[in-house]
Design a protein around this ligand. Structure first.
Ligand SMILES: [Zn+2]
Ligand SMILES: [Zn+2]
Length: 337
């Protein structure tokens, strides 16, 4: 049997180990992808820490997968060898539970999660369920497509469902892996984009990416500044800090929404008056299905939206991972095979 390399976590709290494994064979409803690139995401920390429902070990993390179809299961009709494809967090669904029967595949009661309940993309070949696969358009490189399968679809798909219209004031809170993509999508969608970050160092970049204004929370009160601009229709909360998220709520205008896509560990505190005063709401949004990812990839190609990345070979997974999780990178790290 032919062999491949895989970066594996053997147990909770463990370090990465590069293993030689047999190249797996696809089941009837799976495809095998020769991985070209896989982004590293803060979500991969779940594998290192353990405790997530459905997670078992050893496990190969990675849910920002991009590559080429290499083998197709006997029951698969929509993919063929040579297709350029991506796989994200949503790793497949059962089609028969109540949420699936309603068409809400993301909320499937038996949903597979790439890199959590199934092995992910930190390896040279991955098996993916056929319904969890998105087509990568020509003109989009694998290393760019990887992060778009999680950070990209999370910001693109949440923004397009939240009800902001062309010309609305939209705040992007946090200039990081999610935020730098959120600014681009929001600007290309025709919103008036205000970037909100800590420190002056990201102002020039935020404006280059499409923001017309930048609020530095070190020197200004973000809620007050947003009010001066008329109040935001939506604030995309990408910062992994509950206090930072709730501090901006008063900067939302009438019917404004705080759209939560970052995941602080601590609870968020908000007073009823803050919500009642202007019919404000707080809503979370988790990524999307394979088709949502495909829409994200297509729009990114069309509109010229790209993640800012650093590439590392799979063998340097420890270094790459440390670079990403420490937050030193601007803004995503991608493993290449
Ligand atoms: Zn992710
Ligand atoms: Zn289901």
């Amino acid at each position: 049997m032919a062999k491949m390399k895989a970066a594996v976590i053997l147990n909770p709290g463990g370090e990465f180990e590069i293993q030689e494994r047999e190249i797996p064979q696809s089941g009837p409803d799976e495809i095998r992808i020769k991985v070209a690139a896989c982004g590293i995401c803060h979500g991969d920390e779940l594998v290192r820490h353990g405790g997530f429902p459905g997670l078992s070990y050893p496990r190969v993390p990675g849910h920002e997968v991009a590559g080429v179809v290499d083998e197709v299961g006997s029951a698969v009709t929509e993919w063929k060898k040579g297709d350029r494809v991506g796989v994200g967090w949503h790793g497949g669904h059962c089609f028969v539970c109540d949420p699936c029967r309603r068409g809400d595949f993301l909320k499937c009661e038996k949903a597979a999660i790439t890199g959590i309940t199934r092995d992910g993309g930190y390896q040279e070949y991955i098996l993916a369920r056929h319904e969890a696969v998105a087509l990568i358009p020509e003109g989009l490189e694998y290393a760019d497509a990887g992060p778009l399968m999680c950070a990209g679809v999370t910001t693109f798909n949440s923004l397009r469902h939240i009800g902001a219209k062309i010309g609305d004031l939209v705040g992007i809170l946090g200039i990081g892996g999610l935020g730098h993509l959120g600014i681009q999508y929001a600007a290309k969608a025709g919103y008036r984009v205000v970037a909100i970050g800590r420190g002056a160092e990201n102002e020039a970049l935020a404006k280059k990416l499409g923001a017309f204004a930048y609020i530095n929370t070190k020197t200004a009160n973000a809620a007050e500044e947003l009010k001066k601009l008329g109040g935001a229709k939506v604030i995309l909360g990408t910062a992994p800090n509950a206090k930072v998220m709730t501090d901006v709520i008063d900067g939302l205008g009438v019917d404004g929404k705080l759209l939560v896509v970052g995941a602080p560990h601590e609870p968020m505190e908000v007073s009823a008056i803050q919500l009642l005063a202007a019919r404000r709401a707080i809503q979370g949004w988790p990524a999307g299905t394979a088709m949502d990812s495909q829409d994200t990839l297509e729009f990114s190609r069309y509109a010229g939206v790209r993640p800012m990345i650093e590439k590392y070979p799979l063998e340097k997974v420890k270094e790459a991972y440390e670079r990403m999780i420490s937050g030193k990178v601007e803004f995503r790290v991608v493993l290449t095979m």
